[in-house]
Structure formats: C-alpha cells, structure tokens
Design a protein around this ligand. Structure first.
Ligand code: COA
Length: 257
C-alpha cells in the first residue's frame, strides 16, 4: 500500500496500489500522514521524494472508499474528511523538502498531492486534472494547496474538470519542471537534492514554515511573521555556523563529505 525507502540523505515515499493507479483510501491516507510525520523527525533525511508505483503517480481518492461514506453519520463523514486534510497538511508541514515525481495520471487528490509538495517534476506524458466535478464531487480539501500553486487559473480546471497535459500544469504553476522521460526526471530530481543537501536543514525547514505561515496574510501580518523568522534564523546555531563558515571560507557542517 505504501513503501518508504530511506537511503540517507533521501527518503522515498512510494504509493503502492498500482492496480488502482495508487488511488488513496482511508488506510493509505493514515499511512501517508504517519510516514511524513515520522520522516519529518529523521535528522539525516534531507529530502523526500513522493512517487507512485506502476503506471501512475496517483488517481486521487479511491472512489470505492468515497462511495462508502453514504453509510456514515454526518460526524463520521466530517471526521473522515478531516483525516484526508491532515494527510495533506502532514506533507505541507513536513519540515523536510518534498519533491513530487509525477508520471502517468495525477488526477483529483493526486493533483492535490502534487500541489502539497514543495517541488514538482513531471514527465511530458503525465496527465493532470481536477476531475471531481465529473463525479459529482468537488476538489475541496486540496483546494488551498492547489490555489496556492495555480491561483485563479484553478477556476477553469476546477469547473470544467478537463484533463490537461504536463505543459499546461507547467504554465499554470502546478508543476515547476517538465522533462521528456523518467530518466531525465530522476536526473533533475538528483540535481534538486544536490542543492537541498548543501542548504542548512533548519533553514530549509524554517523557509518552508515561513512560506506556509505567510500564505493568505496581508503585507503587515506577513512582515511581522518574516521579522520573527529572520530574527530566529540569524541567532540560530545553524545561522551562526553558516555565516561563520562563509566568512572563513569553510564548508558548513551540513554539507555531506
Ligand atoms: N478510485 C478507485 N479505483 C480507481 C480509481 C480511483 N480514483 N482510478 C482508477 N481506478 C481503478 C479502475 O476502476 C480500474 O479498476 P478495475 O481494474 O477493477 O476495473 C483500475 O483502476 C484501472 O483503471 P482503468 O480506468 O481501467 O485504467 P486506464 O489506464 O484506462 O486509466 C486512469 C487510468 C487513472 C486515467 C483512469 O482510471 C481514471 O481516470 N480514473 C479516475 C481518476 C479520477 O477521476 N480521480 C478523481 C477522484 S476524486
């Protein structure tokens, strides 16, 4: 259902329900949430790659699971939806940078997973879409993450439910890179990881937190958060060590030997 492979400094989280194009159900949601929360505590993990096994990245919510909620009370239904929200938050709030490696289908909640990651790389042939409306559903829990990426361009795709190619995902900001094939995708991801491991782990975590904390805030509130963030960063151990290392033309200690 979910595989986690840790080869320090990288952890790979692999959606492993290839028979259903890695659609996630209530069980996989819990596994994913727990995996990201736990990996967030691993000191030597400096980047996480999220990918799918088989033909696709992820075909979104498992429709057999979504359908089952007809038997739930409203409270059970709400709690079930909250579990899904916690899973997306676990990725967005994970103190490690998360890279989505996208091939095949990334539909509905699958496209939402892409949006919740920090960096998204897709192959040219990948297919995206917010297909929920075709099923009488809506892209709801994923919407804050998708809108943070695509802005008002999400409107068209939320309403039409049309599937769109990687080139459109790129133009609309859902992914940052499109490459011809999976070999090129892995090579590009390796270059991103090479950059990430030369960055201070605590600074990367703080930068990620800052991005999330300032989302949707007005200028004054954003700057107040930013002032607090830089005050903490420059007085932090890694901030002090990093600046000292630069000034003395030495390597900071977080760079792998
Ligand atoms: N939930 C549950 N099962 C799903 C699924 C989902 N979201 N997406 C695919 N599957 C299942 C199919 O029902 C099928 O099961 P079966 O083998 O028992 O018939 C199996 O995965 C293979 O899917 P199939 O459609 O035959 O493969 P394909 O290669 O032609 O197309 C997709 C793959 C992903 C493009 C297509 O299945 C699809 O569009 N899925 C719906 C995705 C979607 O709208 N997600 C939003 C959910 S909110």
């Amino acid at each position: 259902m979910l595989r986690v492979e840790v080869q320090k400094p990288v952890a790979r989280v692999i959606l492993d329900r290839p028979d259903v194009h890695n659609a996630f159900d209530d069980e996989l949601i819990i596994f994913l949430k727990d995996a990201f929360r736990e990996l967030g505590t691993y000191k030597d993990v400096r980047a996480i790659v999220l990918r799918g096994n088989g033909k696709s990245f992820c075909a979104g919510a498992d429709l057999n699971w979504m359908k089952r909620v007809a038997e739930y009370t409203r409270d059970q239904n709400l709690e079930d939806a909250r579990k899904m929200a916690r899973m997306f938050l676990a990725i967005a709030r994970c103190p490690k940078p998360v890279i989505a490696r996208v091939h095949g289908a990334a539909l509905g909640g699958g496209a939402g997973l892409v949006a919740a990651c920090d960096i998204a790389v897709a192959v040219e042939s990948a297919q995206f879409g917010f297909t929920e409306v075709k099923l009488g559903l809506i892209p709801a829990v994923i919407s804050p993450f998708v809108i943070a990426r695509m802005g008002s361009r999400a409107r068209e795709y939320f309403l039409t439910g049309e599937r769109f190619p990687a080139s459109v995902a790129l133009q609309s900001g859902l992914v940052q890179h499109v490459v011809p094939d999976e070999t090129a995708m892995d090579a590009l991801i390796d270059t991103k990881i090479a950059h990430l491991v030369t960055s201070s782990p605590s600074a990367v975590a703080a930068a990620k937190e800052l991005l999330l904390a300032t989302t949707g805030k007005d200028l004054d509130a954003s700057l107040e958060i930013a002032v607090d963030a830089i005050a903490r960063a420059r007085a932090s151990d890694e901030g002090q060590v990093g600046m000292k290392a630069f000034l003395q033309r030495e390597k900071p200690p977080w760079i792998p030997q």
